[in-house]
Ligand binder design. Structure first.
Ligand SMILES: O=C(O)C(=O)C[C@H](O)C(=O)CO
Ligand code: ZN
Length: 282
Protein backbone atom coordinates (compact mmCIF):
# COMPACT_ATOMS: atom_id res chain seq x y z
CA UNK A 1 0.00 0.00 0.00
CA UNK A 2 1.24 3.47 -0.68
CA UNK A 3 0.03 6.68 0.87
CA UNK A 4 0.74 9.93 -0.91
CA UNK A 5 -0.46 13.46 -0.22
CA UNK A 6 0.69 16.33 -2.41
CA UNK A 7 0.27 20.04 -1.69
CA UNK A 8 -1.22 22.54 -4.10
CA UNK A 9 -0.78 26.21 -3.29
CA UNK A 10 -3.39 28.96 -3.58
CA UNK A 11 -3.09 31.42 -6.47
CA UNK A 12 -4.12 34.92 -7.35
CA UNK A 13 -5.83 35.36 -10.75
CA UNK A 14 -2.70 37.22 -11.88
CA UNK A 15 -0.54 34.13 -11.28
CA UNK A 16 -2.21 32.11 -13.98
CA UNK A 17 -2.28 34.83 -16.63
CA UNK A 18 0.95 33.59 -18.19
CA UNK A 19 0.76 29.88 -17.35
CA UNK A 20 1.32 27.56 -20.26
CA UNK A 21 -0.58 24.27 -20.52
CA UNK A 22 1.94 22.35 -18.40
CA UNK A 23 2.05 24.92 -15.60
CA UNK A 24 -1.73 25.11 -15.47
CA UNK A 25 -1.98 21.32 -15.26
CA UNK A 26 0.80 21.07 -12.67
CA UNK A 27 -0.96 23.58 -10.42
CA UNK A 28 -4.63 22.69 -10.78
CA UNK A 29 -5.00 19.11 -12.10
CA UNK A 30 -4.82 15.91 -10.02
CA UNK A 31 -4.02 13.36 -12.68
CA UNK A 32 -4.39 10.19 -10.60
CA UNK A 33 -7.07 9.68 -7.98
CA UNK A 34 -7.60 5.89 -7.81
CA UNK A 35 -4.79 3.35 -7.66
CA UNK A 36 -5.50 -0.18 -6.35
CA UNK A 37 -4.24 -0.60 -2.80
CA UNK A 38 -3.35 3.08 -2.43
CA UNK A 39 -4.47 6.34 -0.85
CA UNK A 40 -3.76 9.34 -3.08
CA UNK A 41 -4.63 12.73 -1.61
CA UNK A 42 -4.15 16.41 -2.38
CA UNK A 43 -4.01 19.16 0.23
CA UNK A 44 -4.99 22.44 -1.38
CA UNK A 45 -4.36 25.71 0.42
CA UNK A 46 -7.71 26.87 -1.02
CA UNK A 47 -9.75 26.64 2.19
CA UNK A 48 -7.49 23.71 3.25
CA UNK A 49 -9.59 21.12 1.53
CA UNK A 50 -8.07 17.62 1.37
CA UNK A 51 -9.42 15.40 -1.40
CA UNK A 52 -8.54 12.26 -3.32
CA UNK A 53 -9.04 8.53 -3.66
CA UNK A 54 -8.97 5.54 -1.33
CA UNK A 55 -8.95 2.26 -3.30
CA UNK A 56 -8.55 -0.79 -1.03
CA UNK A 57 -7.65 -4.27 -2.27
CA UNK A 58 -9.98 -7.00 -0.95
CA UNK A 59 -8.78 -8.13 2.48
CA UNK A 60 -6.42 -5.14 2.85
CA UNK A 61 -8.31 -2.34 4.63
CA UNK A 62 -7.06 1.23 4.26
CA UNK A 63 -7.12 4.01 6.83
CA UNK A 64 -6.10 7.64 6.27
CA UNK A 65 -3.50 8.38 8.90
CA UNK A 66 -2.53 12.03 9.07
CA UNK A 67 -1.29 13.65 12.23
CA UNK A 68 2.13 15.33 11.96
CA UNK A 69 1.30 16.75 8.50
CA UNK A 70 -1.76 18.45 10.01
CA UNK A 71 -0.28 19.15 13.43
CA UNK A 72 -3.02 17.16 15.19
CA UNK A 73 -3.32 13.88 17.09
CA UNK A 74 -5.39 12.16 14.39
CA UNK A 75 -6.81 12.99 10.94
CA UNK A 76 -10.34 14.05 11.89
CA UNK A 77 -9.50 15.73 15.19
CA UNK A 78 -10.33 19.13 13.63
CA UNK A 79 -11.93 18.05 10.35
CA UNK A 80 -15.05 16.50 8.86
CA UNK A 81 -15.06 14.04 5.95
CA UNK A 82 -17.40 13.20 3.12
CA UNK A 83 -17.09 10.42 0.55
CA UNK A 84 -18.90 8.95 -2.42
CA UNK A 85 -18.04 5.49 -3.73
CA UNK A 86 -17.87 5.29 -7.54
CA UNK A 87 -16.51 1.71 -7.63
CA UNK A 88 -17.67 -1.74 -6.53
CA UNK A 89 -19.14 -2.57 -3.16
CA UNK A 90 -17.21 -2.27 0.06
CA UNK A 91 -17.59 -0.96 3.57
CA UNK A 92 -16.55 1.74 5.98
CA UNK A 93 -15.92 1.14 9.68
CA UNK A 94 -16.07 4.26 11.81
CA UNK A 95 -14.70 3.72 15.33
CA UNK A 96 -15.77 0.08 15.19
CA UNK A 97 -19.19 0.67 13.57
CA UNK A 98 -19.32 -1.02 10.13
CA UNK A 99 -21.60 -0.01 7.24
CA UNK A 100 -21.80 -1.60 3.80
CA UNK A 101 -21.27 0.82 0.95
CA UNK A 102 -22.50 0.01 -2.55
CA UNK A 103 -21.73 2.00 -5.70
CA UNK A 104 -22.85 5.64 -5.44
CA UNK A 105 -23.46 5.50 -1.69
CA UNK A 106 -21.98 8.41 0.21
CA UNK A 107 -21.19 9.21 3.81
CA UNK A 108 -20.73 12.19 6.12
CA UNK A 109 -18.34 11.64 9.03
CA UNK A 110 -18.27 14.27 11.74
CA UNK A 111 -15.25 15.82 13.44
CA UNK A 112 -13.69 13.60 16.10
CA UNK A 113 -13.98 10.16 14.49
CA UNK A 114 -10.70 8.48 15.41
CA UNK A 115 -10.58 5.51 13.04
CA UNK A 116 -12.17 5.41 9.61
CA UNK A 117 -11.35 2.17 7.82
CA UNK A 118 -12.20 1.57 4.17
CA UNK A 119 -12.60 -1.91 2.63
CA UNK A 120 -13.41 -3.41 -0.78
CA UNK A 121 -15.40 -6.60 -1.22
CA UNK A 122 -13.44 -7.63 -4.34
CA UNK A 123 -10.12 -6.60 -5.90
CA UNK A 124 -11.58 -7.27 -9.37
CA UNK A 125 -14.16 -4.56 -8.83
CA UNK A 126 -12.72 -2.53 -5.96
CA UNK A 127 -14.60 0.19 -4.17
CA UNK A 128 -13.35 3.64 -5.21
CA UNK A 129 -13.94 6.01 -2.33
CA UNK A 130 -13.64 9.64 -3.45
CA UNK A 131 -13.00 11.44 -0.17
CA UNK A 132 -13.14 15.14 0.70
CA UNK A 133 -12.24 16.63 4.06
CA UNK A 134 -12.58 20.21 5.26
CA UNK A 135 -11.75 21.97 8.54
CA UNK A 136 -14.54 21.71 11.13
CA UNK A 137 -15.42 23.40 14.43
CA UNK A 138 -18.16 21.15 15.77
CA UNK A 139 -19.04 17.46 15.81
CA UNK A 140 -22.13 16.62 13.81
CA UNK A 141 -23.57 13.07 13.57
CA UNK A 142 -22.15 10.59 11.09
CA UNK A 143 -24.66 9.89 8.35
CA UNK A 144 -24.84 7.30 5.61
CA UNK A 145 -25.99 8.94 2.38
CA UNK A 146 -27.47 6.36 0.00
CA UNK A 147 -27.80 7.52 -3.61
CA UNK A 148 -31.60 7.10 -3.47
CA UNK A 149 -31.82 9.69 -0.67
CA UNK A 150 -29.73 12.36 -2.41
CA UNK A 151 -31.62 15.54 -3.30
CA UNK A 152 -32.10 15.26 -7.07
CA UNK A 153 -32.24 18.53 -9.04
CA UNK A 154 -32.91 18.10 -12.78
CA UNK A 155 -31.12 20.85 -14.75
CA UNK A 156 -30.67 21.99 -18.33
CA UNK A 157 -32.20 20.60 -21.50
CA UNK A 158 -31.26 18.60 -24.59
CA UNK A 159 -31.45 21.65 -26.90
CA UNK A 160 -28.70 23.37 -24.91
CA UNK A 161 -26.71 20.10 -24.65
CA UNK A 162 -26.69 20.32 -20.84
CA UNK A 163 -29.47 18.01 -19.60
CA UNK A 164 -28.27 16.62 -16.31
CA UNK A 165 -29.22 15.87 -12.71
CA UNK A 166 -27.41 17.36 -9.75
CA UNK A 167 -27.57 15.03 -6.73
CA UNK A 168 -26.86 16.84 -3.48
CA UNK A 169 -25.47 14.45 -0.86
CA UNK A 170 -24.06 16.77 1.81
CA UNK A 171 -26.20 19.87 1.89
CA UNK A 172 -27.05 22.11 4.84
CA UNK A 173 -30.75 22.12 3.88
CA UNK A 174 -31.11 18.45 4.83
CA UNK A 175 -28.38 17.73 7.41
CA UNK A 176 -25.76 19.25 9.65
CA UNK A 177 -22.30 19.96 8.24
CA UNK A 178 -19.71 22.53 9.30
CA UNK A 179 -18.35 23.63 5.93
CA UNK A 180 -18.46 20.73 3.51
CA UNK A 181 -20.99 20.55 0.68
CA UNK A 182 -20.75 17.62 -1.68
CA UNK A 183 -22.66 16.07 -4.53
CA UNK A 184 -22.66 14.23 -7.81
CA UNK A 185 -23.82 15.44 -11.21
CA UNK A 186 -24.82 13.03 -13.99
CA UNK A 187 -25.19 14.16 -17.61
CA UNK A 188 -27.80 12.51 -19.81
CA UNK A 189 -26.47 10.66 -22.87
CA UNK A 190 -25.98 13.06 -25.78
CA UNK A 191 -25.31 16.02 -23.49
CA UNK A 192 -21.93 17.60 -22.87
CA UNK A 193 -22.07 20.85 -20.91
CA UNK A 194 -22.03 21.16 -17.14
CA UNK A 195 -22.49 24.39 -15.24
CA UNK A 196 -23.22 26.46 -18.34
CA UNK A 197 -24.23 29.32 -18.07
CA UNK A 198 -21.35 29.37 -15.62
CA UNK A 199 -20.87 31.07 -12.29
CA UNK A 200 -18.37 31.96 -9.64
CA UNK A 201 -18.89 32.03 -5.86
CA UNK A 202 -16.29 34.21 -4.19
CA UNK A 203 -17.52 32.75 -0.89
CA UNK A 204 -16.55 29.14 -1.67
CA UNK A 205 -13.88 27.19 -3.48
CA UNK A 206 -14.79 24.00 -5.32
CA UNK A 207 -13.19 20.81 -6.61
CA UNK A 208 -14.51 18.67 -9.46
CA UNK A 209 -13.61 15.00 -10.00
CA UNK A 210 -14.74 13.85 -13.43
CA UNK A 211 -15.67 10.17 -13.94
CA UNK A 212 -17.93 7.65 -15.70
CA UNK A 213 -17.10 8.86 -19.20
CA UNK A 214 -19.23 7.56 -22.08
CA UNK A 215 -16.21 5.97 -23.82
CA UNK A 216 -12.52 5.35 -23.19
CA UNK A 217 -11.62 8.15 -25.61
CA UNK A 218 -13.95 10.69 -24.04
CA UNK A 219 -12.25 13.84 -22.83
CA UNK A 220 -13.70 16.66 -20.80
CA UNK A 221 -12.55 20.20 -21.50
CA UNK A 222 -12.78 21.93 -18.13
CA UNK A 223 -12.79 25.73 -18.08
CA UNK A 224 -11.37 27.83 -15.27
CA UNK A 225 -10.07 31.34 -14.64
CA UNK A 226 -11.69 34.75 -14.32
CA UNK A 227 -14.71 34.92 -16.65
CA UNK A 228 -12.93 37.37 -18.94
CA UNK A 229 -9.72 35.29 -19.06
CA UNK A 230 -10.82 31.67 -19.28
CA UNK A 231 -8.39 28.81 -19.74
CA UNK A 232 -9.02 25.13 -20.23
CA UNK A 233 -7.63 21.84 -18.93
CA UNK A 234 -8.30 18.57 -20.79
CA UNK A 235 -9.22 15.73 -18.43
CA UNK A 236 -9.18 11.96 -18.69
CA UNK A 237 -11.59 9.92 -16.53
CA UNK A 238 -11.05 10.01 -12.78
CA UNK A 239 -8.99 13.15 -12.68
CA UNK A 240 -9.80 16.21 -10.58
CA UNK A 241 -9.35 19.97 -10.74
CA UNK A 242 -9.18 22.66 -8.05
CA UNK A 243 -11.24 25.77 -8.67
CA UNK A 244 -10.33 28.81 -6.58
CA UNK A 245 -13.29 30.87 -5.47
CA UNK A 246 -12.55 33.58 -8.07
CA UNK A 247 -12.63 31.05 -10.91
CA UNK A 248 -15.40 29.83 -13.14
CA UNK A 249 -15.74 26.03 -13.20
CA UNK A 250 -17.58 24.37 -16.04
CA UNK A 251 -16.84 21.85 -18.71
CA UNK A 252 -17.86 20.13 -21.90
CA UNK A 253 -17.29 16.48 -22.74
CA UNK A 254 -16.94 14.72 -26.05
CA UNK A 255 -19.59 12.32 -24.66
CA UNK A 256 -21.66 12.42 -21.49
CA UNK A 257 -19.97 11.87 -18.11
CA UNK A 258 -20.47 12.45 -14.39
CA UNK A 259 -18.56 14.40 -11.78
CA UNK A 260 -18.36 14.77 -8.03
CA UNK A 261 -18.20 18.34 -6.79
CA UNK A 262 -17.29 19.50 -3.30
CA UNK A 263 -17.25 22.98 -1.81
CA UNK A 264 -15.93 24.69 1.27
CA UNK A 265 -15.73 28.29 2.40
CA UNK A 266 -17.62 31.17 3.93
CA UNK A 267 -21.17 29.85 3.53
CA UNK A 268 -23.10 26.67 2.78
CA UNK A 269 -25.66 28.25 0.50
CA UNK A 270 -25.67 26.18 -2.70
CA UNK A 271 -27.62 28.83 -4.63
CA UNK A 272 -25.28 31.65 -3.65
CA UNK A 273 -23.73 31.94 -7.11
CA UNK A 274 -22.73 34.94 -9.18
CA UNK A 275 -23.98 34.03 -12.63
CA UNK A 276 -21.68 35.12 -15.45
CA UNK A 277 -23.32 36.94 -18.34
CA UNK A 278 -22.44 35.13 -21.60
CA UNK A 279 -21.26 38.49 -23.02
CA UNK A 280 -18.59 38.68 -20.33
CA UNK A 281 -16.89 35.37 -21.16
CA UNK A 282 -13.55 35.61 -22.94
O1 LIG B 1 -23.87 20.65 -13.31
C1 LIG B 1 -23.82 21.63 -12.56
O2 LIG B 1 -24.29 22.74 -12.87
C2 LIG B 1 -23.16 21.46 -11.25
O3 LIG B 1 -23.01 20.36 -10.77
C3 LIG B 1 -22.70 22.69 -10.58
C4 LIG B 1 -21.96 22.46 -9.30
O4 LIG B 1 -22.76 21.76 -8.42
C5 LIG B 1 -21.52 23.78 -8.73
O5 LIG B 1 -20.75 24.45 -9.36
C6 LIG B 1 -22.07 24.22 -7.44
O6 LIG B 1 -21.61 25.51 -7.13
ZN1 ZN C 1 -19.98 26.22 -8.36
Amino acid sequence: MSFKMVTRYAHSPKDIQHYDTKELRDEFLMDKIFSLGDILLTYTYNDRMIFGGVTPKAGEPLEIKLDKDLGVDYFLQRRELGFINIGGSGSVTIDGQKDNIVKHDGYYIGMGAKHVVFESDSSDDPAKFYVVSTPAHKTYPNKKLPFKDAIAMPMGNQKDMNKRTIYKYIDASSMDTCQLQMGYTVLEPGNGWNTMPCHTHARRMETYMYCEFGSKDTRVFHFMGKPDESKHIVLEPEQAVVNPSWSIHCGVGTTSYSFIWAMCGENQTYDDMDMVDMHDLR
